[in-house]
Write a protein that binds this ligand. Structure first.
Ligand SMILES: *[C@@H]1O[C@H](CO)[C@@H](O)[C@H](O)[C@H]1NC(C)=O
Ligand SMILES: *[C@@H]1O[C@H](CO)[C@@H](O)[C@H](O)[C@H]1NC(C)=O
Ligand SMILES: *[C@@H]1O[C@H](CO)[C@@H](O)[C@H](O)[C@H]1NC(C)=O
Ligand SMILES: *[C@@H]1O[C@H](CO)[C@@H](O)[C@H](O)[C@H]1NC(C)=O
Ligand SMILES: *[C@@H]1O[C@H](CO)[C@@H](O)[C@H](O)[C@H]1NC(C)=O
Ligand SMILES: *[C@@H]1O[C@H](CO)[C@@H](O)[C@H](O)[C@H]1NC(C)=O
Length: 332
């Protein structure tokens, strides 16, 4: 009889499970000499296992944690860099992350997250959030709004629609949405984002499905460090595309299907480096030659066009089209 009861109890114990089952947690202090690895057999929250441990840096990776529930990651008052990468996390419920007052970097790369609900990240004080290489297709209304976030990485997900409300009153100055499925950016897409004080903004939309860029898309932000639109399907830019934008350090339009670039497009926008490689341009008006560098290889530029550029160069001696000698041999 006694033996029977004992067996039932031990049977139950080995079946016990929680959010964190057999999960190994690496913790470290800022001072690299203090580190530890802790095994959580089963529990619904991390905090009890990390008390009195050096825990500015917490890393849980290559484990199996399909879901984060309310309070799963709460009350870690010293953590600054928190990595929860490649753990198969599919679902994150509201309130999963709470009371992380010193959090600076949250790395959720390489999981299987499908949806970003509102309220998951809004209260967190971090500056960098890595959500790249997940399966995100749905992002809730205002999901990143009112945040102190500076850098947000969302590359390699399944986002197909842009909503300007996601970032309302957020100070994101570097946004990487490369390799998603975005087809269209509406006018004033970024104007609700609060403006970076000093830095200008960087937007990376490499490798999406953008076809046509609307007028006024970038209106509301005056200065951009980088706008990357390379590897899309853009065949033309309407003259008002950069309305409201004064300065872009690097504008990358490589690998699109541009067959024309109206010089009005950049009439009131200073671009330092303009990248137009691997498009379908046959010519460009010399009115556009105000940049420091122009990359134009991989276009079917006509010899007639190159002649007009050479004539222009003789008058202006502008180094910006120094590749022109190559083009003279390769023009068609
Ligand atoms: C945790 O690992 C132990 C020993 O390997 C195993 O007996 C137990 O079933 C595992 N628990 C879960 C929830 O996977
Ligand atoms: C976090 O701390 C609060 C306040 O001390 C407490 O009420 C709550 O139960 C704690 N949550 C977890 C998951 O430790
Ligand atoms: C915290 O993460 C950031 C960004 O990944 C990194 O630059 C920094 O070195 C990390 N800090 C520590 C102490 O590991
Ligand atoms: C996030 O974590 C993954 C897995 O450890 C790592 O490969 C990646 O470099 C991390 N990202 C950052 C910015 O630290
Ligand atoms: C902004 O940049 C200027 C000049 O580069 C610098 O003097 C100033 O401290 C910066 N302000 C902030 C808030 O970073
Ligand atoms: C264009 O895309 C191809 C294929 O992804 C890549 O190999 C090439 O380097 C790209 N060209 C430029 C100028 O980025």
């Amino acid at each position: 009889m006694q033996l029977f009861i004992l067996l039932i109890i031990s049977g139950l114990a080995s079946c016990k499970s929680g959010i964190f089952d057999n999960v190994s947690v690496y913790v470290r202090g800022l001072d690299k000499t203090v580190e530890d690895t802790i095994l959580i057999e089963f529990d619904d929250s991390l905090a009890p296992h990390l008390q009195h441990k050096p825990s500015e840096i917490i890393t849980i990776k290559d484990q199996f944690i399909p879901k984060l529930d309310t309070n799963s990651v709460a009350n870690l008052t010293t953590v600054q860099n928190l990595t929860l990468a490649r753990n198969g996390i599919r679902d994150i419920l509201r309130g999963a992350f709470q009371n992380l007052p010193n959090l600076k970097v949250l790395n959720l790369s390489g999981n299987a997250i499908e949806e970003i609900r509102i309220g998951i990240f809004n209260e967190l004080p971090m500056e960098d959030l890595f959500l790249d290489n997940n399966k995100i297709s749905r992002i809730g209304y205002k999901a990143f709004s009112h945040m102190t976030l500076k850098k947000l990485f969302l590359q390699n997900n399944k986002i197909s629609r842009w909503s300007k409300d996601w970032f309302a009153d957020s100070s994101v100055s570097r946004l990487d949405l490369s390799f998603n499925l975005i087809e269209d950016l509406p006018p004033n897409s970024f104007h609700l984002m609060s403006k970076p004080v000093n830095d200008s903004m960087s937007l990376i939309f490499t490798g999406n499905q953008l076809k046509k860029i609307n007028n006024d898309v970038f209106n509301g932000v005056e200065r951009f460090q980088r706008i990357f639109l390379d590897g899309n399907l853009i065949d033309r830019l309407s003259p008002g595309t950069f309305n409201g934008v004064k300065h872009i350090n690097v504008l990358n339009l490589n690998n699109n299907s541009l067959y024309d670039l109206n010089s009005d497009v950049l009439k009131s926008t200073q671009v330092d480096i303009l990248m137009l490689e691997d498009n379908k341009l046959r010519c460009l008006s010399t009115d556009i030659f105000r940049m420091e560098e122009l990359d134009i290889d991989g276009n079917p530029i006509t010899c007639f066009c190159v002649k007009s550029w050479l004539a222009w160069r003789d008058i202006h001696s502008n180094p910006s089209i120094y590749h022109i000698t190559n083009l003279e041999q390769e023009c068609i």
